[in-house]
Design a protein around this ligand. Structure first.
Ligand SMILES: Nc1ncnc2c1ncn2[C@@H]1O[C@H](COP(=O)(O)OP(=O)(O)OP(=O)(O)O)[C@@H](O)[C@H]1O
Length: 310
C-alpha cells in the first residue's frame, strides 16, 4: 500500500462523483383482486364487485428533482406517501418497465458501473447478531472489496470506516438482537451505513435510517450523513419520517411527498418562506418539518400546489 493509501484508505478505489437527476417519475401498480386463491379469498371475491377486478394505483406521480455531490437531500412525507418507492427507483431497484420518467446519473441512464458506486441502506438491516461490529465489517470487507487488495489492506479499510462512522467505542461489542444485548439502535444503523461505505460509494441512499432513534441519536446520525456529503463529497439521499428542527437544518435540499405527489422540492432553508409567500403559514412558531408534514398529510389544505424550487 502506498503512503497516500495508508493515510486515506478510502482512496483504495477511485469513485467519481455522481450528479443524480430524476425527471417526471411515475409509478403505477395494477392490483388484481382476483389473483388470490383459497377459501377465505373466494369468500371475499363473491362479496366484491366482479366487474372491476383490476385496480390501478398511482404510487408516484411526476416526481422531478436533482441532487449533486456534496449535498444531502431529504425525502419527507407521511407513511405510505411513496418515499421508499422513490428511493428504490433512484437506486435502480425498480424494474424499468414498472415506471415512466428518467433517472439519470451524470446525465446518463443508470449503468452497472453507477449501480456499483451506489450504496443502499434499507429500513430492515440484516446483520449477524453474534459478530462484533469490527468482525462484521471485516467480514464484509473481505467479501466486497476487490481481490487485488490483501487481507491486511481490507482490514485497514474496515478500521477506517469504523473510525469514520464513530463506531470505535463499540468496535468490539456484538451486534445483538431482541434476545442478546448488543449495540444500541443508533450504532446498529451506523454499522449498516458502514457496510455500504466500505466500497466507497459516490451515491448513498438510505431508507429511514433514523427510525427507532431518539431525537439526539437521529441528530447525530444525520450529522454523520451531512459530513459524508459535505466533507467527503458524497451524494446523499435519505428518507426521514419525522425530523426534529435541528435535524431539518442539516438538510441541504428537501423533497416533500404527499400521496405520491411532490408538494415541495428545494432548499430546506427556503421551504417556510416559500409557503408563506403562497399564504400558507403556521399560526405559531413550529418545526418546519412538522409544518411540511401537516401540509403533506392534508391537515392544512393544499389545493394541488405543486412546486419546484431550486
Ligand atoms: N408493489 C406494491 N404493491 C402494492 N402496493 C404497493 C407496492 N409498492 C408500494 N405500494 C404502496 O404504495 C404506497 C407507498 O409505499 P412506500 O413504501 O413507498 O411508502 P413510504 O412513504 O415509504 O411509507 P413508510 O413511511 O410507511 O415506509 C403504500 O401505500 C404501499 O402500500
Amino acid at each position: 500500500m502506498n503512503q497516500q493509501h495508508a493515510h486515506d484508505p478510502f482512496n483504495l478505489q477511485s469513485s467519481p462523483p455522481i450528479h443524480l437527476q430524476f425527471v417526471d417519475l411515475c409509478y403505477k401498480i395494477k392490483i388484481d383482486k382476483t389473483s388470490s386463491n383459497g377459501a377465505i379469498q373466494s369468500l371475499f371475491k363473491r362479496a366484491m364487485d366482479t366487474d372491476n377486478m383490476i385496480e390501478e394505483r398511482t404510487i408516484l406521480s411526476g416526481i422531478t428533482g436533482m441532487v449533486h455531490p456534496g449535498e444531502l437531500l431529504a425525502v419527507l412525507g407521511p407513511s405510505g406517501s411513496g418515499k421508499s418507492t422513490l428511493l428504490n427507483a433512484l437506486a435502480g431497484r425498480l424494474p424499468e418497465q414498472c415506471f415512466t420518467g428518467k433517472v439519470l446519473a451524470n446525465g446518463r441512464k443508470l449503468s452497472k458501473s453507477v449501480l456499483k458506486r451506489t450504496g443502499f441502506v434499507t429500513q430492515d438491516d440484516v446483520l449477524y447478531p453474534h459478530l462484533s461490529v469490527r468482525e462484521t465489517l471485516i467480514f464484509c470487507a473481505l467479501l466486497r472489496l476487490p481481490e487485488s487488495l490483501s487481507r491486511r489492506e481490507k482490514t485497514v479499510v474496515a478500521d477506517a470506516v469504523i473510525a469514520e462512522l464513530g463506531l470505535s467505542k463499540c468496535a468490539n461489542t456484538i451486534i445483538g438482537n431482541t434476545f442478546i444485548r448488543g449495540v444500541s439502535g443508533g450504532e446498529r444503523k451506523r454499522v449498516s451505513i458502514a457496510h455500504e461505505m466500505l466500497v466507497n460509494p459516490s451515491l448513498l441512499i438510505l431508507d429511514e435510517p433514523t427510525s427507532g432513534l431518539d431525537s439526539t441519536g437521529a441528530h447525530r446520525l444525520i450529522t454523520t450523513l451531512g459530513a459524508l456529503a459535505h466533507q467527503k463529497g458524497k451524494t446523499v439521499v435519505t428518507s426521514v419520517h419525522q425530523p426534529s428542527s435541528r435535524v431539518f437544518q442539516t438538510f441541504d435540499t428537501v423533497l416533500v411527498l404527499s400521496e405520491g405527489r411532490c408538494i415541495y422540492f428545494g432548499k430546506g432553508s427556503e421551504a417556510m418562506r416559500y409557503f408563506e409567500s403562497v399564504e400558507f403559514r403556521p399560526s405559531f412558531p413550529m418545526n418546519p418539518a412538522d409544518f411540511l408534514l401537516d401540509l403533506a398529510n392534508g391537515t392544512l389544505h393544499l389545493c394541488s400546489l405543486l412546486t419546484f424550487r431550486y
